[in-house]
Every structure is written in C-alpha cells, then in structure tokens.
Design a binder for this molecule. Structure first.
Ligand SMILES: CC(C)(COP(=O)(O)OP(=O)(O)OC[C@H]1O[C@@H](n2cnc3c(N)ncnc32)[C@H](O)[C@@H]1OP(=O)(O)O)[C@@H](O)C(=O)NCCC(=O)NCCS
Length: 199
C-alpha cells in the first residue's frame, strides 16, 4: 500500500460520509459534511492509497479512494478530535495511525496548546492508538453517547512541545515509516494540508 494524507476535498464527502455511517451508525444526528467543509474551525484530513484505482461517480468524475479520515476542530487554541475512522476493509494497516500523526502535526503547526477527544470506554482499539501517541485519560463524561448511554473517556495530549514528547513523536514516526514505508526519509505521503506537518 502507498497511503497518503491530504485535506478533504468536496468530492471526497460521499466517501467520508459512507465511512462515517459504517463506523458510527448510531450517531444522532449524523455529521453534516457539507457544513463541516465550510466550517472555518474544522479541518478534515483523508487518507487514500495512490495504488488503488479511484472509484468513478455517476457523473464520470474520478476521485481518489478514501480509506479513512480524521476530523478536527480548532477552537480557543485547543484542537478537538471530532472523529477518526478507517474503512473496515483497511484497518490494522497503519491508516488510523498516519491520520493521527498528521493531526498532531497540523495541531503543532497551528500552535494548539493541547489536543483532546472523547472516546467510548469500550473502544479499546482507539484508546490504544491515542495512548500510543501520548494522550492520557483526564476524566469521564457520564452517559455521553445517546444510543446506549455509554460513558466517554476524555483523553488529552498537552505536552506536545516538550523536548521529551518531540523526541518520542519523532521515534514513533521513524518506527511508523520503517514499518509501513521502508524509507525513514520518505515524507512524500503527507501532501497538501496547508501546513508542513511532515516536520
Ligand atoms: C480506531 C481505528 C481508527 C484504528 O485505525 P487502524 O487504521 O485500524 O489502526 P492502525 O493500523 O493505524 O493501528 C495503530 C495503533 O492503533 C491501535 N489499534 C488499532 N486497532 C487496534 C485493535 N483492534 N486492538 C488494539 N489496538 C489497536 C494500536 O495501538 C496500533 O498500534 P500497534 O500496531 O503498534 O499496536 C479504527 O479501528 C476505526 O476506524 N474504528 C472505528 C471508528 C472508531 O472507533 N474511531 C475512534 C473514535 S474516538
């Protein structure tokens, strides 16, 4: 696979919505991605595979095959991860991790003072991913999820600019590249995000 990440384009919305509905079928109300696209505080990044032939929509336009996405809101100098989802056919291939790496890079580029999110207490896969990148548990929102009244764990990363975290992040990126990309110098997978998140 040859996974790349870039800002979500208007033509990606149908695929992003499809992944969202698959991953979060009980979300009420479902996210309105047309509104999010023009929301000045929202940043949506999509992962795609350069080697997968793009689907063709009914108008004959070709778009890239979206494997997953991350949605972030930047407000009051804090970056909130609104959603992170990978198509079920492309899980455990490093897609979610790359999206999170790029989300952290974007947050640092924008000089966010922290990153934070809510995650279902039962969602151990997502918690493991966030913990791997230094997010720690900071509390619980009781009955946060409307479908089954499940509690949400609050996970936050607020030491992004310490030398220790920067070194740990660098090591994680190198390990990621060695695992999935082979060349530790290769940053060509991060494209067109309006920031130099490869740093
Ligand atoms: C959570 C999710 C985004 C992970 O994406 P992914 O592309 O499959 O994950 P990756 O292959 O990049 O894995 C990276 C890390 O995530 C964690 N992880 C991912 N899947 C895991 C699983 N099934 N069990 C435990 N840890 C898991 C691990 O820490 C892993 O690192 P490792 O390989 O060193 O163990 C994906 O499972 C998903 O879309 N889930 C449904 C939507 C969701 O729950 N989103 C989170 C909302 S807060």
């Amino acid at each position: 696979m040859s996974i790349c990440v870039r800002r979500m384009l208007w033509d990606d919305i149908a695929q992003v919505r499809g992944i969202d509905l698959n991953c979060f079928p009980t979300m009420v109300p479902p996210t309105n991605y047309e509104t999010e696209f023009v929301n000045p505080m929202a940043y949506y990044l999509v992962a795609y595979d350069k080697d997968i032939a793009p689907p063709e929509d009914i108008s004959g336009r070709k778009s890239q095959k979206v494997l997953g996405f991350i949605g972030l809101w930047y407000m009051a100098s804090e970056m909130h991860i609104i959603n992170l989802a990978v198509h079920p056919d492309y899980r455990l291939l490093g897609v979610g991790e790359l999206l999170l790496i790029c989300g952290i890079g974007l947050s640092m580029e924008l000089k966010a003072i922290l990153m934070t999110l809510e995650v279902r207490l039962s969602n151990l896969a997502a918690q493991a991913l966030y913990a791997k990148y230094g997010f720690s548990e900071r509390g619980v929102r009781r009955a946060y999820y409307l479908d089954n009244s499940e509690d949400a764990g609050i996970m936050t990363l607020d030491n992004m600019y310490t030398p220790e975290y920067k070194a740990a992040l660098h090591a994680l990126k190198i390990r990621y590249l060695q695992t999935w990309k082979k060349s530790a110098e290769d940053t060509s997978f991060i494209v067109d995000m309006g920031c130099n998140a490869a740093e």
